[in-house]
Design a binder for this molecule. Structure first.
Ligand code: GN1
Ligand code: MG
Length: 362
């Protein structure tokens, strides 16, 4: 988009200072993000185009986010936490008082940019411990949010639904890619029943939904210059879900020794040191509210997310790449294979994960 168009969108929001430049920021697969640079002492901002094809109800989405950030901010204030402006995102109202602006075609929002942060795509055991504790706290803090949050993407982490989507893609085989990936579809089908156990337990009334972040990857955490966690970002998918979401999806990215889209599968393995550190931190802050069933299924959660992501990337590949942004023709296939390799490595680590958790509880 043209600079002057971006600047005129920013002008719809109640920001401080004069804008000098609006430039691309980050690498999200869904929304498009810009940094808004201002003159002098005024803060810089983040401008985001919210992908309305994926998030159909932007009003509900921003309602969730404002409720969540407000609830966390109030808790930090009550607890006398320092430097709160760096520890929770702060959204800016548009001229009409809404937290988004619709330009007739696209939905936009603006938040205050937090300076001097680091994003890490790989994390150390030390930072993983802190992140585990942070997500445990995030869930604990939101356990008593007084409003009912909406599901910003219906059935987002519903494994049965994700498998249904894959099966539809397979049935339609729209772009003729099925034959080459049939082996992977078969591998996924073999595990289908076990992987849907969360939904099964929920139907039996044994497993509750709690407020989760639902996209807990390393890129969605801001660290300060010393590697301490400041806050979690990318709150579009904060919604009620099984706690497995935050636990499993974080490990999917952080405990992968390779990249999400690694072409060299030898690079991709499950890193038990990260698992141990993260789990220790998570149990420290979450143990007080987790049920024995939730704790017992943490290794299942670690497998569920590489599995679910393989299903999602593969369905998108078979559909002809309509959901995730891709950089080259085979990108979703490369991603699917890398996530599947990670799943295999997690499966092999299951006895070790169980033993570690038992040790923690002893
Ligand atoms: C998407 O936009 P981004 O990269 O934060 C996706 C997640 C996937 C992730 C895989 C709304 O997140 O669910 O796990 O890509 N978000 C949505 O990298 O589908
Ligand atoms: Mg993101």
């Amino acid at each position: 988009m043209e600079q002057k168009d971006l600047q005129s969108i920013v002008a719809q929001f109640n920001i401080e200072g004069n804008v000098t430049e609006v430039k691309p920021l980050g690498n999200g697969l869904i929304n498009t993000t810009y940094k808004v640079v201002t003159e002098g002492a005024a803060p810089d901002y983040v401008l985001q185009h919210v992908n309305n094809a994926i998030f159909p109800d932007v009003e509900m989405l921003m309602g969730n986010i404002v409720a969540v950030t407000g609830h966390i901010r109030a808790k930090y204030e009550a607890a006398g936490v320092d430097d709160i402006a760096r520890k929770v995102l702060s959204f800016v109202q548009a001229k009409d008082g809404k937290y988004f602006y619709f330009d007739g075609e696209k939905y936009w929002r603006v938040m205050v940019f937090i300076p001097d942060t680091i994003s890490q795509s790989a994390v150390t055991p030390e930072s993983s411990y802190i992140v585990g504790e942070t997500f445990g706290n995030f869930q604990a803090m939101l356990a008593d949010i007084p409003v009912q949050l909406g599901e910003t993407i219906k059935d987002f982490h519903n494994m049965e639904f994700r498998l249904w989507q894959l099966r539809e893609a397979v049935k339609e085989n729209k772009v003729g890619r099925l034959a080459e990936v049939q082996w992977l579809v078969d591998e996924l089908e073999k595990r289908a029943e076990v992987m849907c156990k969360g939904e099964q337990l929920h139907r039996e009334g044994k497993l509750a939904k709690r407020i989760c972040h639902c996209d807990t990857k390393v890129d969605n955490i801001l660290f300060d210059q010393d590697g301490k966690v400041l806050c979690v970002i990318d709150l579009d998918t904060v919604m009620p879900n099984f706690i497995f979401s935050d636990f499993g999806d974080f490990l999917r990215s952080a405990a992968n020794t390779g990249k999400e889209d690694d072409k060299d599968l030898d690079n991709v393995n499950f890193n038990m040191d990260i698992f141990k550190a993260f789990t220790e931190g998570y149990l420290k802050s979450a143990r007080c509210f987790l049920t024995p069933l939730e704790i017992e299924n943490l290794p299942y959660a670690a497998a569920l997310f590489p599995y679910m992501q393989t299903v999602r990337f593969l369905a998108d590949y078979i559909n002809g790449d309509t959901y995730y942004k891709t950089q080259y023709a085979e990108h979703n296939l490369v991603r699917s294979k890398a996530q599947f390799k990670l799943l295999q490595s997690v499966e092999a680590a299951t006895p070790a994960m169980q033993a570690f958790i038992a040790e923690q509880l002893a």
